[in-house]
Design a binder for this molecule. Sequence first.
Ligand SMILES: [Zn+2]
Length: 95
Amino acid sequence: MPTCQNCNRQWTWKQTMRTMFRLKCPYCGVKQYESAASRKKTWVISALPAVLLPLYWFTDTSILPAIIILLVLYLLVFSYYPFVMKLSNEQEPFW
Ligand SMILES: [Zn+2]
């Protein structure tokens, strides 16, 4: 789980999900940024469903199950984010 770099308190899964897009610490209210290393990791994870989908199409060409599978995969990926996310006090360059 991510730890606030300002007050050093660990966020819960629920708190992280709630502040996912703003990344504001629920304890001290200071804006946090996702660290560059963490962003690389989450980028790879979120690319996974898009990589897996063509494999599915290889065996079945119906579109609706594919969309449902993709949605479920993204939901799983999204709920996994708080476990890999690391925070930083400043915006770090990606590379
Ligand atoms: Zn804090």
